[in-house]
Design a protein around this ligand. Sequence first.
Ligand code: FAD
Length: 451
Amino acid sequence: MPVVIIGAGACGLVAALAAHDAGAEVIVLERDSTAGGSTVMSGAMIPAPGSRWQKEAGIEDAPAGLVQDMIAATDGEVDITMATAVAEAAAPCLEWLADQHQIPLAAIDNWKGHGQSKARMVSVPSRTGEELHGALSAAAERVAIDVMTDALTTAIFHHGTGRVTGVRVERPDGSTDEFGCQSLILASGGFGGNPDMVAGNITGFVDAPYFGHEGNAGDGITWGEGLGAALRHMGAYQAHGGLATPHNIAITQDPMLTGGIQVNQDGERFMNEVEEVSGQAQIVLAQPGGTAWSIYGQAQFEAGMKVTRFREAEDAGAVRHAKDMEQLAALTGLPLGKLSETIAATIKSGEGDAADPFGRDFSLCPNLEAPFCAIRVTGAIYQTQGGLVVDGNARVLKKDDSPLPNLFAGGGAACGLSGAGGTGYLPGNGLLMAVVLGRLAGISAAEISRG
Ligand SMILES: Cc1cc2nc3c(=O)[nH]c(=O)nc-3n(C[C@H](O)[C@H](O)[C@H](O)COP(=O)(O)OP(=O)(O)OC[C@H]3O[C@@H](n4cnc5c(N)ncnc54)[C@H](O)[C@@H]3O)c2cc1C
């Protein structure tokens, strides 16, 4: 009997490739007509400490460095055993995807910040989830993995022991199919698409808009819990304060890391824009009107234009261009006097003439200089980070820490590495948990299926 995988995002597809490589028969069940999940919406950046790409670039790094960054970002709330297992498996996993399955992964030059202390990000050339997911789908197709779309899993069958025996799938025409399985991998994402579950768990960020895959309704988490699995950090999430509004395009952090700033409707800065990525969302939403303007000069604009998502924002008209400060104030509606003051203070701080009130170091950034551009942004939750507790082999654990016999989870369905709240997320943690746990789950599930 096969390994059944619920969900065809990054986690499900990587799990399928790993299980296939380990000799198992695999079926992937995906609710949507076109698979993609939150993975296609992503910026496809994944940290790989100690990877061969870092070595080629002469960057010294090791998994322990990423773990240290996670400990710092979460104030020690991260599960260090899991963080270590995932960090150690990251580079081998991404190198396997590149070598064995032709996923066009390579290092992103010099990308660090928001708590990632080393340039350790790997991605596909366009840095889009569409390309990453497309490459994973093509790899699955090459080895003839059965990815069944329009297959909403509605129930899982199990013995009293917690051993899963199969699943029921509902088709868009209302018909149902049932599949037996030797082992089951829950790769069905988080619960951001389930407003009741969000309201019941994410109490610190009520009414936050959700900008992730709507089909991620927490099904896997709910089934796992029904089998006695432990849940952890259900109040945790990753949000972002750089969602272009009303265009709904996630603006890459590159131009911000290059010296961009955010101001509110009064033309004033209100935070260190590069300190911590997720907590920014609440701060932006707390500004008048729940929005802010991301302001860039020419150098920052050029940094942005190297990234596909930013070019998409430019093409969509989300990036407004101004030849000078007067025009910038006019097109944003910001008060000219205050805006000029804010930008002048930022330049002074970069030149070492004044301390930044938010403790940001602008000294390595090019000055904010005309021509300017601006994007109106708001805050949103991109992904939930709480979920099923798993071990270093992606086995779902019960409340007494013993594993369920044949149930595995990864990606958004599993508890993340972001601590208990909304400010512990390190860039890349989402896909890290999807691809690395996906691979570990695939290998472990195949072992059971082979007997
Ligand atoms: C705008 C944005 C940018 C991001 N950028 C990054 C980034 O650069 N780096 C990073 O690490 N993370 C990023 N993330 C987060 C990242 O996208 C997720 O962490 C990752 O995609 C999770 O992968 P997954 O496979 O667990 O879930 P998904 O990709 O969401 O896949 C889950 C799949 O399960 C399916 N499914 C759900 N329930 C069922 C069911 N009952 N039956 C059948 N199928 C079901 C869904 O339809 C979906 O296709 C970003 C997220 C967003 C929204």
